[in-house]
Structure formats: structure tokens, C-alpha cells
Design a protein. Structure first.
Length: 260
């Protein structure tokens, strides 16, 4: 069976290359501050005419450096909760690999139909992140269930390996319901597991030859720069306004794809 996923040769002009670079900066910025960077890079690639599967794969590989900044920003909480991370690394590994493989064998027409639902879901999750964060704060003393966390991480990682947008937000919400961690601790654990899921998916996509390297070459330096800025400016950025922009992009992308 011929794979529906090809690296593609979508040409980039100087202008579109700069647009992709800027999307990488924005994606890295959000991943360094709060997560959700794919909600900028993926719709940008779609707007430039990149096929959805190629856009998803290339975005996953290209914005990977931006996830590292989140770990740097939460390094104290990462170290303090390394035992939790260790226990949840296996379901993250299994889910990330499974989701990436599932994407590779998904027919293009099927993914094109699913992408509207996936973008809408990711937009909803991104918009709801502040509410979920407040709920986590209120429920801090509630009973937790680590078995449920293990199963939930497996499911979230399957989603993340298949379609990365919003996986960090799913993990944050999950930890608020299942683990005895505050928001900062959950963010640290989330940053490591999200990096693991996306790294595994990226490796599989690269080995399969499914990446558009012209796009990645523009996204990587942008996401790295954005990640550094996000880690340094997390406390001073007008996150609410930036979040509103991303939500608007997500809604507009969903509407355009639904009417296409």
C-alpha cells in the first residue's frame, strides 16, 4: 500500500518563508509561555496552501525546539516531580508512537475530513485553558487517581502523536483531575511529557520521509527564538490578548475548512 503521506515539494517564496518563520516564533513563544504553539503554525501552513497532513507533520518537527524552553522555565518543578514523570513516561511513549503511526497510515481524504474537527477541538481547549487552570487550583485538595492519570496520558499522547495541537492543555486538565499537583508542578510535568510525545512523533515522521524540509528550515529557528522569548517574558507578556488572537485564528481556520 502506498503511503498517503508524502514529504511534498510545496515551494516557499521569500515572503512565504518569512511568514512561516514568524509562525515559528509565535509557536515557540506560546509553547514557552503556556502551550498551544501548533495553533499558530498549523493554520499558517494551511493558509499558504500546504496539504493538511504535510502541514501537520512539518509543524510537529519544526516547532520541536520551542518545547525545550518550557522545560527550562519549569526546571525546578520538573526536578521536584521527576518520579511522577518517570511513572507517566511509558504511556506517553506508547501513545506518541501509536498516534504518529496512525497518522502515517491514515488516508489523505480521511485526515482532510478529520482536520476540521481536530482544529475545532484544539481551539476549544486553548480557549478553555484559563478556566481549566482555575479549576485545578480549586480542586487541589481533591482525591487523585494515578491509574486514571496513566490511562489518560496514554489517550492524550495518542491524540498528540496524531495531531499535536492542544495536547499540553489536555495533559494539564488531566493532571488537575487525577494528580496531587499544583498548577506550576503540573505545568512542569506537562512540558516534559509533551516534549516526549512530539519528539517521538517527529522522529517517526523524519524516518518515514514525510517531512517538508523547506518548511522545517523556516520553523526551527523561529520556534527556537520564540521559545527563548517565551521563557524570559512569561510573566510580562499580555497572554490574554495573545490567547484571543490564537482563538480567532483557530475559529477562522475551522470555518474556512468547514466551508471548503
Amino acid at each position: 500500500m502506498t503511503s498517503p503521506l508524502l514529504a511534498g515539494s510545496h515551494p516557499l517564496t521569500a515572503v512565504s518563508g518569512l511568514v512561516v518563520f514568524a509562525a515559528g516564533v509565535g509557536a515557540g513563544l506560546f509553547n514557552g509561555v503556556a502551550g498551544g504553539g501548533t495553533m499558530l503554525s498549523f493554520p499558517t501552513l494551511l493558509a499558504l496552501g500546504v496539504p493538511p497532513i504535510t502541514a501537520n507533520v512539518s509543524s510537529t518537527v519544526g516547532i520541536l525546539p520551542g518545547y525545550l524552553a518550557a522545560i527550562v522555565g519549569y526546571r525546578r518543578h520538573v526536578v521536584a516531580n521527576r518520579s511522577v514523570i518517570t511513572r507517566l513516561a511509558l504511556p506517553a511513549f506508547l501513545g506518541g508512537v501509536g498516534g504518529a503511526v496512525a497518522l502515517l497510515i491514515t488516508p489523505t481524504a480521511v485526515f482532510n475530513s478529520l482536520v476540521v474537527v481536530l482544529i475545532a477541538l484544539a481551539t476549544l481547549l486553548f480557549a478553555a485553558q484559563p478556566v481549566l487552570a482555575r479549576r485545578m487550583q480549586r480542586n487541589h485538595a481533591a482525591a487523585r487517581h494515578e491509574i486514571a492519570a496513566w490511562i489518560g496520558v496514554l489517550g492524550a499522547s495518542l491524540y498528540g502523536g496524531y495531531f499535536g495541537a492542544g495536547v499540553g492543555i489536555v495533559l494539564l486538565a488531566l493532571f488537575g483531575l487525577t494528580l496531587d499537583l499544583d498548577l506550576a508542578q503540573s505545568s512542569g510535568v506537562r512540558s516534559v511529557l509533551a516534549l516526549l510525545v512530539n519528539f517521538l512523533a517527529a522522529v517517526i515522521f523524519v524516518l518515514h520521509g514525510a517531512v517538508n524540509w523547506a518548511i522545517v528550515a523556516c520553523l526551527v529557528p523561529g520556534s527556537f527564538l520564540g521559545g527563548i522569548l517565551g521563557a524570559r517574558l512569561a510573566l510580562s507578556l499580555p497572554v490574554r490578548w495573545l490567547r484571543a488572537v490564537v482563538v480567532l485564528i483557530g475559529v477562522a481556520t475551522t470555518v474556512v475548512l468547514a466551508l471548503h
